[in-house]
Structure formats: C-alpha cells, structure tokens
Design a protein around this ligand. Structure first.
Ligand code: PAF
Length: 285
C-alpha cells in the first residue's frame, strides 16, 4: 500500500491509474478508523480496481477547537487496517499541504437549503469546511465513485449538492450505518466516551427504534417529544436537536403523510462528546 503525503505525489498517482484505465474508488475519512469506515473500504475494494483512502482531520470543518484537539488520531493502526483490507493508496497530508497559506480558502460553496438546517444550524461553517476539503480531494483523487456512511445522513445530501454545483464527475455511494452489538452507531468519537457513558450511549438508538413503533399511532410532534424527553431523562445526556425531516429536502415535516421518505436525525451530547444518529420512519417502496 502506497502512503502519499503531498498533493504532487497524489496527482501523479491518480494520473497513472486513470491513464491505465483503472476504475478508482475513494473513501474520504478523518482517520481513527472503525468497522463503519472499514465497511465502506470493503465495498470500495469490491467495486473498483484501485482504492484510495484519505486520512485527514480537517481543521476547517470543526467549529469547536476542543473537539478538533481531542479528535482521536491513530494513523499507524489505520495504515495497518487499510493495508490488510487491500487498499492501494492512502493520502495522509498535513494541514499546511492541504491549505497552503497563500491559497484563498474563502470560497463560498453553494450547498442549498439542506446545508442550512440541523448540523448547518448548530455547527456554523461546518459544511463549508467539509465542502472545501472534499472539493480539493475530489479534484485531486478524481475517483469514479466515493463512499460515505449514512450515519452522516445530512452530509451525504450536502455532498450531492456540492457535486452538482461544482460540476464534479463522481458517483456518491451511500452505505448503511454500522452499529456495535448493543446498537450504538459506530463513530470515531465513541473512543472519547468513558465506560459509564459508553454503557448509556446505546439508549440513543434504542429510543429511536422505540419511536418508530410509537410513530405508528402518534403524531410527528408527539413522536419528536417522546424521543427528546426519554433521552434527556438519561443521566449525562442532552439532546441538541432531533428533527423529523423529509429525507430529500431535510426540511421538517408536520404530518406523516407529507412525504414517502421520512427520517429522524438526532444529535446528543453524552457528557462533552457529541454523538449523531438517525432512523427511518417512512421509506419509498
Ligand atoms: O465524514 C467525515 O469523516 C468527514 O466529514 C469527511 C467527509 C472525511 C470530510 O473531512
């Protein structure tokens, strides 16, 4: 497996692969890899001749300096996992390589209304930071397909808009959420939970699952409120937002009949650790 640190070497590698006609799959990550990431990698390895994974904790998508500082970094272990999974190249640049001081990083991406709600509202600047790094990475790696996990449901909608507005030619492959045996959605941030928090955190998904049954004979508002009340009642947990939205527009719905694809997206503070998850209430046939 090739480890690439510079934009120049990444460009050279990509040109060589595309010149020989290889299909290229790309998995962008911030490292601290877990089984969720590895399920994207496995799919990419199956579906492409060459797979590139990026490992880069993108400073400009963090709106909280402490969250950035404390984000887990496990590069050596990540390299081992990726090599064992059959990845061809890892792109792991430094921040100054990605964002040279002389470059203008102030471009405003057109990401549409899907970027204004939920994470967009609670983490100002977050999606512009995600768009900036992915714009650079997509142009550099020039993949045929890029793989994203549905835990970050909103991020996938934002990335699709980025692709359209920037005229990028990459197919986005959305992959199902991977969960621990107790239901907790896998996330690099789970490593920051202490043992008590880790025991309580599966209650987020348990409550979401319960709410799907509850929703069958209750209104959207009642379903919303029961989720928030139940999670807020767990010691050390606080819901930042829970929104029941149309899965395409990400705008909230008032009635179940409003859309044939409805998803509930939640963010919960478990102590200081911010966890996200989502659940489907309605799915088109
Ligand atoms: O989902 C993530 O890990 C990040 O937002 C991404 C897509 C790698 C961009 O930094």
């Amino acid at each position: 497996m090739k480890i690439i640190r510079t934009l120049y070497d990444m460009t050279e590698y990509r040109v060589r692969q595309r010149d020989r006609g290889a299909s290229v799959g790309f998995v962008p990550t911030m490292g601290a890899l877990h089984e969720g990431h590895m399920s994207l990698v496995e799919k990419a390895v199956k579906e492409n001749e060459v797979v590139v994974v990026s490992l880069f904790v993108n400073p400009i998508q963090f709106n909280n300096a402490e969250d950035f500082e404390k984000y887990p970094r496990t590069e050596e272990e990540d390299f081992k996992l990726l090599a064992a999974a059959g990845v061809d190249a890892v792109f792991a640049p430094t921040a100054s390589e990605m964002y040279p001081a002389e470059n203008d990083n102030c471009k405003e991406y057109k990401l549409g209304n899907v970027a204004e709600v939920m994470e967009g509202k609670y983490r100002p600047g977050h999606f512009q930071g995600v768009a900036r790094v992915l714009d650079i990475l997509f142009r550099l790696v020039n993949p045929h397909r890029a793989y994203f996990g549905e835990k970050d449901f909103q991020q996938i909608a934002v990335v699709r808009n980025l692709i359209k507005s920037e005229g990028l030619n990459v197919e986005i492959v959305a992959c199902p959420i991977k969960r621990a045996a107790d239901g907790l959605a896998l996330s690099s941030r789970n490593a920051r939970l202490d043992s008590e928090q880790r025991q309580l955190a599966p209650e987020i998904y348990a409550t979401l699952k319960y709410s799907v049954e509850y929703s069958k004979d209750h209104s959207v508002q009642a379903t919303h409120d029961t989720v928030v009340e139940r999670i807020d009642a767990i010691p050390g947990m606080k819901v930042e937002y829970f929104e029941i939205v149309d899965a395409r527009t990400l705008q909230t719905v008032d009635e179940w009949e409003e859309s044939n694809w409805i998803v509930g997206c939640i963010t919960v503070y478990c102590g200081e650790v911010r966890l996200i998850d989502n659940i489907t209430y309605r799915l088109p046939n």
